[in-house]
Design a binder for this molecule. Structure first.
Ligand SMILES: C[S@@+](CC[C@H](N)C(=O)[O-])C[C@H]1O[C@@H](n2cnc3c(N)ncnc32)[C@H](O)[C@@H]1O
Length: 266
């Protein structure tokens, strides 16, 4: 377990390919990218009415999961089947990459959309770009390092910033640097955040850059708890910060909320 009570799954984000990610997370019924997809899709559609191309920055993109779902109109169930099966288990990284490149070539449902992926895991980013899920990688850990001029140039191109399962690992330190990179045309943002990580510090930081944040009604199931110890610690933490876990986390699932932040200027 991490200090904050969450199961330490970090090893699955630094493998050369996404097989460990999908086989591990399938067991936990990880589903947040699937539930976030229609919300992200709606924002992309809105932006496509006035901008071409539309550039999307996925923070904590890992192997390009959100980009794969959106760009190729896939489901998490399809991705679990794709990487977690006996045939995939005997492939090499290169043959998986080639298979994915063909998929993207056949199923690019969002032409005119550019995906940038920011992550601290260079292995995951390398897979995401080789496979063609994302167009460009931003290898960065902005929690620990200020963005370089080259990184700021990449971040400045974003029209929409998205994240799933990443706030908590990253905080207002990262989001603030992304928000102010583009100067006079700040990007819209949509972050899906576990209830155990209050979004207030990020929303307050964004407000200083002229953003308004609204919480979308409803809760989204992220995944099952990995162990009773994880559930106990998360339930305690929620109770400590004044959130009632009854009927939700107490029943065995981690829950997340969606926050949409837009610059007041439009
Ligand atoms: C729980 S995973 C979520 C991955 C993906 N978005 C999803 O929903 O499946 C968190 C991701 O954040 C990345 N990460 C952790 N700390 C980070 C940091 N300080 N800066 C950038 N990325 C980080 C990890 O490498 C990992 O890919």
């Amino acid at each position: 377990l991490h200090k904050d009570g969450k199961a330490a799954l970090d090893h699955i984000y630094t493998e050369p390919d996404p097989r460990a990610y999908f086989s591990t997370l399938r067991g936990l019924e990880y589903q947040i990218p699937q539930l976030a997809k229609p919300h992200f899709g709606q924002l992309i559609a809105e932006l496509r009415r006035t901008r071409n191309p539309v550039t999307i920055l996925d923070i904590g993109c890992s192997y390009g999961i959100n980009a794969a779902l959106l760009r190729c109109d896939l489901s998490m169930a399809e991705l679990y089947d794709r990487y977690d099966n006996p045939d995939a288990s005997v492939q090499t990284r290169q043959s998986l990459v080639e298979r994915d490149r063909e998929l993207v070539a056949d199923r690019d449902r969002l032409p005119g959309t550019v995906f940038l992926g920011l992550d601290a895991s260079t292995a995951a980013l390398s897979y995401a770009t080789s496979a063609g899920f994302i167009d460009e990688a931003v290898p960065a850990d902005l929690e620990h390092d200020p963005a370089t001029p080259a990184q700021l140039g990449q971040l400045a191109r974003a029209d929409l910033v998205i994240s799933t399962g990443c706030i908590g690992y990253v905080t207002e330190r990262t989001i603030g640097q992304v928000a102010c990179a583009s100067g006079d045309r700040p990007p819209w943002m949509a972050h899906v955040v576990l209830r155990m990580y209050p979004f207030d510090p990020v929303a307050r930081c964004l407000a200083r850059f002229g953003y308004e944040t609204r919480r979308v009604d409803g809760l989204l199931r992220q995944r099952r708890f990995a162990a009773p110890e994880e559930q106990a610690q998360v339930v305690d933490r929620l109770t400590d910060i004044g959130i009632d876990p009854a009927g939700r986390e107490s029943d065995g699932w981690l829950y997340a909320e969606l926050f949409i932040s837009r610059p007041c200027s439009g």
